[in-house]
Design a protein around this ligand. Structure first.
Ligand SMILES: [Zn+2]
Length: 339
């Protein structure tokens, strides 16, 4: 894939998916109080719009073209003059073979944020090693960005169960509670695994949602304005407790776990796991614009096509979540969310 191909992808029309937007926006009982908005606006950029680029599940350790995918993302973010970029996890393991990939990411001159994915420690790495490799402040942390409070959580706390850990432990929850209480800024939560009401991924997701809902109730306005996650490689918004949870689709593929023809035999021989994916022809990412003056979050998505057969052409049955034709598609829909 050549970088210039990226320009052929049409960003999806802002309000094209009206039905989904209405579904997502639902009835919001809480609003951001004017004094809080005014205070955070005073810390924002002059045009009062904060631009954040978000990319999820690049899976550099699986893909043959991970460097090209983030190169296309970074070039779009530089040209949009984004204030910050976010990696939502399943990015790369801290192995020297990934140095060129990391170096490309680090070319971005604005703020850079890393959320830890479950695959970022594959091959026996510890989470701390990945954090150090990313030059990230910690497994979980918070940072202010032009009047927005960004919180990165680590959904990979072990809880003794088999398989990949998918849990936010009590120690981290206590930290989250205190961190939320210490800020007056509109807050965005970023976590690799979805913690939305589907309850498909994080074992303690109801406890995390409770902390967020409690804080909004305690202050009497919607302080937590958005939750961003990756991991599921799906495209949807699900609102819980008046907080929109946005699932950001993978930059690279839908995992099907069934080897089949997609890229050439040469690529498949060199990158064996790629045969178990339904790849996205062009990389996907989302451009978020927080307009604190208008009180809106604009999510600008992108859409592309499958490489090779779709999951359903491979014989997978349609279901309500992972194999839903509505949620699993090579696209990130655009939305406008009222804060
Ligand atoms: Zn993951």
């Amino acid at each position: 894939m050549r970088n210039e191909n990226a320009s052929f992808i049409k960003p999806t029309n802002a309000l094209v998916d009206r039905r989904r937007f209405l579904q997502a926006s639902g009835a919001c009982g809480l609003t951001l109080l004017a004094p809080e908005l005014a205070r955070s606006r005073a810390q924002g950029p002059r045009d009062e719009k904060i631009r954040l680029g978000v990319i999820a599940d690049v899976h550099q350790d699986i893909m043959h073209d991970g460097v090209e995918r983030i190169t296309a993302f970074l070039s779009d973010m530089q040209s949009q003059q984004a204030h910050g970029i976010v990696n939502l996890g399943d990015f790369c393991v801290p192995h020297s073979r990934n140095d060129p990939f990391m170096a490309k990411w680090n070319e971005f001159t604005g703020s850079k944020f890393h959320v830890l994915g479950n695959h970022d420690t594959d091959g026996g790495f510890r989470r701390e090693q990945t954090v150090e490799y990313y030059q990230s402040p910690g497994r979980y942390f918070s940072q202010d960005l032009h009047g927005l409070h960004l919180i990165a959580l680590d959904g990979n706390d072990p809880d003794g169960k088999p398989g990949y850990p998918c849990n936010v432990n009590d120690e981290q929850l206590k930290w989250l509670e205190a961190d939320l209480q210490a800020t007056h800024l509109p807050t965005v939560i970023m976590i690799h695994q979805p913690i939305d009401g589907f309850d498909k991924h994080v074992r303690s997701s109801a406890k995390v949602r409770e902390v967020l809902a409690n804080e909004n109730r305690r202050v009497g306005f919607r302080k937590i304005i958005l939750v961003l996650s990756g991991h599921a490689h799906l495209d949807y918004i699900k609102e819980t407790d008046s907080i929109p949870h946005v699932q950001i689709n993978s930059a690279s593929y839908a995992w099907v776990g069934k080897k089949h023809a997609n890229y050439s035999a040469e690529i498949q021989a060199k990158y064996p796991s790629i045969a178990s994916t339904c790849p996205y022809a062009e990389p996907l990412w989302a451009s978020l614009t927080f307009d604190l003056k208008a009180g809106t979050i604009q999510i600008q998505g992108r859409e592309t096509t499958w490489v090779g057969p779709t999951p359903w052409e491979l014989g997978f049955a349609e279901d309500d979540y992972q194999r839903s034709r509505e949620l699993s598609r090579p696209a990130i829909a655009s939305h406008r969310i009222d804060i």
